[in-house]
Design a protein around this ligand. Structure first.
Ligand SMILES: Nc1nc2c(ncn2[C@@H]2O[C@H](COP(=O)(O)OP(=O)(O)OP(=O)(O)O)[C@@H](O)[C@H]2O)c(=O)[nH]1
Ligand SMILES: [Zn+2]
Length: 330
C-alpha cells in the first residue's frame, strides 16, 4: 500500500539541513528491516546503512541523511514518542519522531477510560509534543458531555474532543486542529477505533481495520507504523496498538499530573514519601477531597513504574559501557 503520494514529500515542519553530500529524507514507514523514505525525488525504499546503531533505529517521522542509496544517519530529533521494550533490559524504543501533536485516542463506548487516558497522556507529554485527547464512538455513548467532562477533569491542560467516525460528529473540530504540515501521531489501546478514525480523516481506506470480536475488543490489526498525508496537509502517524504500555521515563508524569505536581510542592519534607508523613500535602488533599484517591493511586503506580524502568535502563547503560570497555582492543 502506498502511504504517501510520490509528489507529496512528507516534509512536515522544520526540516533540518542534511550533512553535506547527503540528501534529506523523512521516514514514512519501517517494515521488515527496510525504510520507506520520502525524498525530494519521491518515495524510496532503502536499507539502513552500516553506521546506524541497532539500539537507535530510525523511526517513522525521523529526518534522515540519505547517501549511497542507504539511510546513512538519523538527524537530531525534536520530539520523540518512546515506549519501553518488554524484557529485563528495558531499552526505550522510539515509535515516532518529530511530532507536533499526539492524539491520545480512547473510546466512549466503554466506561473504564480515565486511567488509560492518564497513562497515554504521560507518554504523550513525555514525547515533547502537545497532546490532544480524542474520545471515539460518541454514537455509542448515552451521555457524551458527562463522559467528556469526566476525562477533561483529569486531563489537566489538555483539550478533549468527542468524535464518531460512524456519524461524522466532531470530525470537523478535530480536522481544524490538524494544521497543514504538522506531524501528528495516534496512540491508544487496541480496538478504540484509531484506524477507523484515521480512515475517516483521510477520507479513504488508508489503514486496515477489523470488526470487533464478541468480547467487544478490536483485533490487533495495525502492524507497522506509517505516516499518512491527510487531505488538509497534516501528516498523521499510525502506530501499532500499544496495549501493554510501560512508561519509558517520568518525563511526562508532571505534565500529565500537573495537579499532583503542584500539590507536591506543598509537602513539608523534600523527600516526602507521600504516604502519611506529617505535613504531606497529598495526604491533606486526599483527606479533604481535593485529590481523587483513584487518581492518586494511578499517579503512584505510574511513578513507581517509571522509576523501575529508569533504573533498569541505567543498569543496561552501565552494562553496555562495561562491555564496550571489555571488547575494546588493547
Ligand atoms: N460505534 C462505533 N464503532 C466504531 C467507531 N469507530 C470505530 N468503531 C469500531 O471499533 C472497532 C475497532 O476499530 P479499529 O479502528 O480497528 O480500532 P484500532 O484502535 O485501530 O485497533 P488496533 O489496530 O488494534 O489498535 C471496529 O469494529 C470499528 O468498526 C465509531 O465511531 N462508532
Ligand atoms: Zn507528601
Amino acid at each position: 500500500m502506498s502511504v504517501l503520494h510520490p509528489q507529496v514529500p512528507a516534509w512536515g515542519t522544520a526540516a533540518p539541513a542534511p550533512p553535506s553530500g547527503a540528501r534529506l529524507g523523512r521516514v514514512v514507514r519501517v517494515d521488515r528491516g527496510l525504510l520507506t523514505v520520502a525524498t525530494a525525488e519521491g518515495l524510496v525504499r532503502l536499507p539502513p546503512g552500516p553506521r546506524l546503531r541497532a539500539d537507535d533505529a530510525p523511526a517513522v517521522g525521523d529526518w534522515v541523511a540519505v547517501a549511497d542509496e542507504r539511510v546513512a544517519e538519523v538527524l537530531p530529533r525534536r520530539t520523540a514518542l518512546t515506549r519501553t521494550v518488554a524484557g529485563r533490559t528495558s531499552a526505550a524504543q522510539v515509535l515516532a519522531a518529530n511530532l507536533d501533536l499526539v492524539l491520545v485516542v480512547d473510546t466512549l463506548a466503554e466506561h473504564a477510560r480515565v486511567r488509560r487516558v492518564e497513562r497515554f497522556l504521560a507518554m504523550a507529554w513525555g514525547s515533547g509534543a502537545v497532546p490532544l485527547v480524542v474520545l471515539t464512538k460518541a454514537d455509542a455513548c448515552a451521555d457524551v458531555d458527562a463522559a467528556v467532562a469526566q476525562v477533561a477533569e483529569d486531563a489537566v491542560g489538555v483539550e478533549v474532543l468527542a468524535v464518531s467516525a460512524h456519524t461524522g460528529a466532531g470530525l470537523e473540530a478535530l480536522r481544524a486542529r490538524l494544521a497543514p504540515g504538522a506531524t501528528c501521531a495516534v496512540v491508544g489501546p487496541s480496538g478504540v477505533g484509531k484506524s477507523t478514525l484515521l480512515n475517516a480523516l483521510a477520507g479513504r481506506a488508508a489503514a486496515a481495520t477489523t470488526e470487533v470480536r464478541g468480547d467487544g475488543r478490536g483485533r490487533h490489526t495495525t502492524t507497522a507504523a506509517q505516516l499518512h498525508v491527510l487531505p488538509g496537509g497534516a501528516l498523521l502517524v499510525d502506530t501499532p496498538g500499544l496495549r501493554e504500555l510501560e512508561l519509558a521515563d517520568d518525563e511526562g508524569l508532571d505534565a500529565a499530573f500537573a495537579d499532583v505536581a503542584e500539590l507536591l510542592t506543598g509537602c513539608r519534607f523534600r523527600d516526602c514519601g507521600h504516604s502519611g508523613e506529617p505535613g504531606c500535602a497529598l495526604t491533606a488533599a486526599l483527606d479533604d477531597g481535593r485529590l481523587d484517591p483513584a487518581r492518586y493511586r494511578a499517579w503512584r503506580k505510574l511513578r513507581t513504574e517509571a522509576e523501575r524502568t529508569g533504573l533498569r535502563r541505567a543498569e543496561r547503560r552501565r552494562w553496555e559501557k562495561a562491555r564496550g570497555r571489555a571488547q575494546r582492543p588493547r
